[in-house]
Design a binder for this molecule. Sequence first.
Ligand SMILES: [Zn+2]
Length: 154
Amino acid sequence: MSYIAKCSFNECSCELITINPDHLNSGKQKVIKLSKSFFNKYKLFQKNHSKHESDQNKLMNFLITESFWDFDNIGVSRSIETLKLDETDELAEDFYISYLEKEYKILTASKYLICSECDRGPVGLILSIKEKDSEDPVLSKEICILSLESVFTD
Ligand SMILES: [Zn+2]
């Protein structure tokens, strides 16, 4: 049974994407975990916000898709330069994801994903990623990640 991720803002409930177990099994869609510090770095919207949740090591679930065309309804922000992970910052943390049986390093987040109906969010990001052990700087690709802590799924 597939299920639908919906906008969690009041009186919206726009259907954002259909999460299909067949696609999860084939790797076309995948749920991954990234740390709360990644989530907070990009100030993603958290639907059940609790002041007591300050644990930066908590893992947050994200759905990866190859393209925003996989969404039923999604809005994309303009490119924002400040979303780049700052490589000169000594405190900068590297983030990795495994996808399609490879390990990727997140290079940059180029755009926010927002609800296409109510323009609220952000509920996800468009990321540029690169194979972890690849020396070739050109071999990067773009993916979308939808924060499952930002939307309703049922
Ligand atoms: Zn909405």
